[in-house]
Design a protein around this ligand. Structure first.
Ligand SMILES: [Zn+2]
Ligand SMILES: [Zn+2]
Length: 236
């Protein structure tokens, strides 16, 4: 398959729009978000990695990996090497530099560099994470960012799988209600937090389409997880 240089660079620089779905049973219910380009997302992730994580949800989320930082510096090193070879100004952001490299590399006499840039940027495979792509940057960044989507706590969301005791403020009696909060330990402190957390990710049944993302829900009280439905409890 022939992949054009402009397409390969464009795949790293385009701002993808993604559809976020709520429920597997209702594919027509979604909203659309426009994400920064893959290159900008990686740059942001690396720039923010030394910041505070005080507001993120504890749990299975991975901290920014050494691999993300490694990928970022490999990309910068390659961009600067090509800029030197092609006599291109090295100032500005990585995205600006990559755009200038694209312009310079298509001039005749630079076919080898152009082919190298294309190969490194994108293998041309549309799948989310093909196993045999040879680690192009598009797929490498996608693989890193998917593990970086932060979990979100949903205040007021009730688990459909478990119930917990609650004291009725009027009568003083203990009643069983769908769980909305749970107690976790964070930094040696016991905190009451929303029970339901969600993670936005590509669905396993639709993994080749990374523009369709689904909301995966987890209950920290009972451990139920999956493409669960939940109800928002309204104060009666
Ligand atoms: Zn690839
Ligand atoms: Zn639960």
């Amino acid at each position: 398959m022939t992949v054009h240089l402009a397409d390969a660079v464009g795949e790293l620089l385009k701002a993808p729009s993604m559809r976020i779905h709520y429920l597997p049973g209702a594919p027509e219910r979604f909203y659309t978000v426009r994400a920064p380009s893959l290159l900008d997302q990686l740059a942001d992730a690396v720039a923010n990695s030394s910041g505070s994580h005080a507001h993120t949800v504890p749990g299975p989320r991975l901290p920014l990996s050494a691999e993300a930082i490694d990928a970022w510096y490999q990309i910068l090193t390659s961009l600067h090497t090509w800029a030197k070879d092609l006599g291109v100004d090295r100032g500005g952001s990585a995205a600006q530099l990559l755009r200038r490299l694209l312009v310079a590399a298509v001039r005749s006499g630079h076919e080898d560099t152009a082919r190298m840039i294309q190969k490194r940027c994108w293998c041309g495979r549309a799948e989310l994470m093909p196993s045999d792509c040879g680690r192009c940057w598009v797929h490498r960044i996608q693989g890193l960012l998917i593990t970086e989507v932060p979990d979100r706590e949903i205040r007021g969301a009730a688990c459909t799988h478990c119930r917990s005791e609650q004291v009725d403020p009027d009568t003083g009696t203990v009643v069983m209600v769908p769980t909305t909060t749970t107690v976790i330990e964070r930094d040696g402190e016991r905190l009451r937090v929303p029970a339901i957390i969600v993670r936005v990710s590509p669905a396993p049944w639709n993994a080749e389409d990374d523009t369709d993302l689904w909301v995966y829900r987890m209950c920290r009280a009972c451990g139920a997880e999956g493409w669960l439905d939940y109800t928002t409890e309204t104060a009666a």
